[in-house]
Design a protein around this ligand. Sequence first.
Ligand SMILES: [Ca+2]
Ligand SMILES: [Ca+2]
Length: 175
Amino acid sequence: MKYVVWCAVSLLLVIAQPFSTEAQQVAPDLTVVSVSAPASAGAGDVITVSDTVAASPTGGNAGAFYVSYYLSADSTITTSDTCLGTRYITSLATGASSSGSTTVTLPKNIIGAYYVGAIVDMSGSGGNTSSNRVPESDETNNALAGNQIAVTGADLTVVSVSAPASAGDVITANI
Ligand SMILES: [Ca+2]
Ligand SMILES: [Ca+2]
């Protein structure tokens, strides 16, 4: 009797094996490996953002998708952050990576320190149909924060300053 039970359990394990192996390889997993931008820039400036995205070594090839760049006050990058631009990747083979540089324009009305980040397989703010084009084994690991960028105010220069040669109670300065 013990032998019969042992045989039955062994048979079940042999049958179950191929299914558990297959389940781990149904889809690729895209991630952002790195994203970087200049350490400082002026509000409204055009800057270059560089990134590398990768596909997992198992799960098959990924078709066309976008990677989107964001400006965030903190190191958690979400689609609620300010979208700066996108890069289009036509396809990515299993285990391959893609690097690229994209020029984007900083908003004019900001100042201070921000994180530059990226989300792979995301287009723009996330509200259009171009987002999540690739079904992945893990959709929760697609965002990465890069370096901080110090955004300074737009350049303001003094054009001229003048005052009367001899001053009374009131003088005028033109800036
Ligand atoms: Ca992913
Ligand atoms: Ca996806």
